[in-house]
Design a protein around this ligand. Structure first.
Ligand code: HEC
Length: 150
């Protein structure tokens, strides 16, 4: 019985390897990109690129394990969800109010250590932010790219 169950699981594991995920990288309109539009200091743009852009932009770099099920489904889910909530490649298409709101959220999420996701920093050492990096990102956002709506 146990052997049968294991065999079924093994076959299932093999079969799901053939289910593709969409790893297309949509074309980016450079002028609508967050970094291009807000022009942060280099230190900040490096943090954003290294720790956020994989999930929050169209410039995702898919790692080798994005070929392996079931991990790849979980990973793709994070990317879809991340882009849906905040997509730096679509920044120029956001209304000002939405931009400001996302910036508030950004300071909060990063300040509280919620972003980048832990599951991401396990495998992306360069995305583990030091307190200094958190501070420079948050203080830049605080003083930088808000747009007055008054
Ligand atoms: C592994 C993918 C991943 C990485 C890397 C990542 N995020 Fe996220 N982020 C998500 C997902 C998924 C959500 C939506 C679910 C949630 O809030 O947990 C999210 C939500 C957010 C939100 C909330 C947006 C809203 O609508 O309220 C902000 C702000 C945010 N992320 C900023 C960042 C910043 C800044 C970085 C880099 C320092 C980062 N994230 C890195 C996946 C990621």
């Amino acid at each position: 019985m146990i052997r049968k169950i294991l065999l079924v699981l093994l076959v299932a594991l093999i079969v799901i390897q053939f289910i593709p995920i969409d790893t297309d990288v949509p074309e980016v309109e450079a002028s609508k990109d967050f970094i291009a539009m807000t022009n942060p200091p280099q230190e900040v743009s490096i943090i954003l690129k290294q720790a956020c852009y994989d999930c929050h932009s169209y410039e995702t770099v898919y790692p080798w394990y994005s070929n392996i099920a079931p991990v790849k489904f979980w990973l793709k889910d994070h990317i879809n969800d991340g882009r849906k909530h905040l997509n730096f490649s679509e920044w120029g298409n956001y209304e000002t109010k939405r931009q400001n709101h996302k910036l508030e959220e950004l300071m909060e999420e990063v300040g509280e250590g919620e972003m980048p996701l832990d599951s991401y920093t396990w495998t992306h050492e360069e995305a583990r932010l030091t307190q200094d990096q958190v501070n420079s990102l948050v203080s830049w956002v605080k003083n930088g790219p808000f747009i007055s709506t008054k």
